[in-house]
Ligand binder design. Sequence first.
Ligand code: HSE
Length: 435
Amino acid sequence: MQHVNLGMIGGGTVGSGVFHAWQKNGGLMAARLGVKINFRKIAVKAFDEPRPYPIARNLMTTDWQEVVNDPEIHVVIELVGGCGIARTMVLASLAQGKTVVTANKALISAHGPELFAAAAKSGANLYFEASVCGGIPIIKSLREGFVANQFPAIYGIVNGTCNYILSRMKAEGADFAAVLADAQKLGYAETPPDLDIDGHDAQHKIGILASLAHGFWADHHAIHTEGIRDVSKIDMQFAEKLGYTIKLLGIAKRISGRKPGVQVSVYPTLIPNTHVLAGVNGVFNACFVRGDIVGDTLFYGRGAGKDATASAVLSDVADAALDLKNGVKVRVAPFVPCNKGGRITSMAEIVSRYYLRLSVVDKPGTLAKIAAIFAAAKIGISSVIQPEGHEGESVPLILMIHDAPNAAMQRALAKIARLPVVKNPPVMFRVENFE
Ligand code: HSE
């Protein structure tokens, strides 16, 4: 049986998870693939760094260059993360003609085209299944399972930390700050939590999915990104009353019309309680993929963690091993830029529905002033809730707004915010009906 030798850079939580999964199921993989996969070297920060599973001491080195420069290593797994030294490691490995497997979403999102060019130049391949939605095989599905499809829409709950926080806020009627503090205590949220709760991690992931789906690289600077800091308990409760759940949704949606493009965005979104994504709770991730041929499909699973991520890393290793076994260097190209004129549609141009919460003075004419601003902007109100209050006092006023371009909505909101009867900055979330 042919042998493929692995080198891994990173021996912490995910790295030890990969090693453990290989120890457990490496024999099964060999039987299934007809290739024996061996670990040859693992570069770690320190031999005794804390790790959930042990790594064989004789495989460890603290010098990553030993992995990259070892001529017996065919495939390098990069699990360092970030865009600094990890980029150097990946480029150095590709330059040596080694196939690279990475879980690094930030790196792929920011430097994908550079890395793909380096891979093409060396004739090596670059695999990144673990970079999006952990153990869910979403990249393989888009690239291979759905190769015959165009993708009118992809909706993803792609950040487990945010989904955990929002799920608990909804279930317990709890405040964002309290749930975040608890999530940090339990290890479900990092300290500081910004990368997750400000939407950056989700931005990397939806950008990668959008790029694969639409054939042009989605520049992460152009991805409209909002996190979940402004989601409050009161909005969760009003959303529930209206039949909705608030989720941090990554959206990659084809926009047709005079200026075709793709909406690529991340923001807290009201989704109908009856939609399947509304039932995705806790740390779980899910991707709802609409293909023009296949129709609607749903992927659900763990988006993070040592074991789920190891499953994705080893699936890439299996592909790399098969490529080597069959003498094929690039069976599935990491990215195919097949849409030269592709562009991200700016958020201002995107048409959506809205949930709006205002804090207003309960007195005659308040609603009329707000309605007049919307009427002048040709924006329709679809429903209004105002809990009974006391005249002259502040009350919440909730409006559901029909489809309107974001630019028009923002202009109307700026005018509404200036009305003397409006007491606090308006709170606005977009609504997605998956039509
Ligand atoms: N921090 C991410 C999440 C997992 O909470 O989903 C790694 O991408």
